[in-house]
Design a protein around this ligand. Structure first.
Ligand code: NCD
Length: 354
């Protein structure tokens, strides 16, 4: 049994190096299942309640996909407006009700601390899918996993890494969780690049300091990129501003394009972004002309969400890794192969690999 068995996953504070290493080993083992090349029924009979009271595309679908790929079933509710919360039901009552219907719950909500409140009356494990500007622990798990892969670090060891975190560091929950998670490692250097009004909160900077790491802050891109091993860009979180017009002042201010990247970071560090990127008008924070670079890792990063969340479900639901390798056939990939060998359907696309 892992230390995470039957635990709520509310914050990255619950992880240490050993837990992370074990989780990432299982995630690697599960890559073929995530890609539908192998099939697994370890969670047959189990139900996930996916409660997303705030907008989401990849986090919600990657949790659902992860659970399905392990053989489980998923029930979902999206948008607070369609839930009984608008009738005045408390989150703690919702938790009591759903404890009788699901084996594990993933929840996203716009209020910081709300997932923790929900968990107080849940009889089944609750995973934080993002609580307002608070935390997004599973995003940080997949971000660090992606960094280790992109940097080809053996045994997922991120000691000594120099990471540039760029964008809205004040409201971005992904950077809050990621900075805290990376602080587990030794000798990490953080360059925190944001407009002055959107600096990393003091609580997070304190965690960095308490672990003995160095950080510098700057409002300019060029300062952080020259020494960065990894560049992590984020969106201006306009939904978290009291006055949305204020957010407009910052959109595009730290936009990274290929010309700047090649000038400021000629050593071509991996470029990560939790996505979504703001693509509504130029300049967006990550320009499309970066995509053809091998170092552009944002889509690989998003796809890593599935195996990492599969590994987390396995750990939380107490599935030994031996059970995870118990596959049944034919897998969907084999079915696809059969389709492809049939002339009439050979245009059918295989699942894209990034
Ligand atoms: C992030 C989030 O929701 O915090 N998205 C995600 O989960 N991948 C980042 C964002 O919305 O900017």
């Amino acid at each position: 049994m892992t230390p995470l068995a039957q635990q709520h996953i509310l914050s990255v504070d619950q992880f240490d190096r050993d837990i992370l290493t074990d989780l990432y080993r299982v995630a690697d083992l599960l890559q073929p299942i995530a890609a539908s090349e192998e099939r697994c029924i370890a969670l047959e009979g189990a139900t996930l309640a996916n409660l997303f009271f705030e907008p989401s595309t990849r986090t919600r679908t990657s949790f659902a996909s992860a659970f399905h790929q392990l053989g489980g079933k998923v029930v979902e509710t999206t948008d607070e407006a369609y839930s009984s919360l608008v009738k005045g039901e408390s989150l703690t009552d919702t938790a009591r009700v759903l404890s009788g219907m699901a084996d594990v719950v993933v929840m996203r909500h716009h209020v910081s601390g709300s997932v923790q409140d929900y968990a107080t009356t849940s009889k089944v494990p609750v995973i934080n899918g993002g609580d307002g500007p608070g935390e997004h622990p599973t995003q940080a798990l997949l971000d660090a996993y992606t960094m280790a892969h992109e940097l080809k670090r053996s045994d997922y060891n991120l000691d000594g890494v120099n990471v540039a975190l760029i964008g809205d560091l004040k409201h971005g929950r992904t950077v809050h969780s990621l900075a805290k998670l990376l602080s587990i490692y030794d000798d990490v250097t953080f360059t925190l690049i944001s407009p002055d009004a959107l600096r990393m909160p003091e609580t997070v900077r304190e965690v960095i300091e308490q672990h003995g790491h160095n950080y510098t802050e700057s409002p300019r891109l060029r300062d952080g990129l020259a020494h960065a091993d990894v560049v992590y860009v984020t969106r201006i979180q306009e939904e978290r501003f009291d006055d949305p017009r204020e957010a407009q002042r910052y959109r595009g201010r730290l936009a990274l394009d290929r010309a700047k990247y090649e000038r400021f970071a000629p050593h071509q560090p991996p470029i990560l972004h939790p996505l979504p990127r703001d693509s509504r008008s130029e300049p967006m924070e990550l320009s499309r002309d970066l995509e053809e670079l091998e170092s552009f890792a944002a889509f690989r990063q998003a796809h890593n969400g599935v195996p990492v969340r599969m590994a987390l479900f396995a750990a939380v639901l107490g599935i030994e890794s031996g059970f995870l390798t118990f596959m049944t056939r034919p897998s969907y990939a084999e079915v696809q192969d059969r389709w492809r060998s049939n002339d009439k359907v050979n245009e059918r696309p295989a699942r894209a690999k990034s």
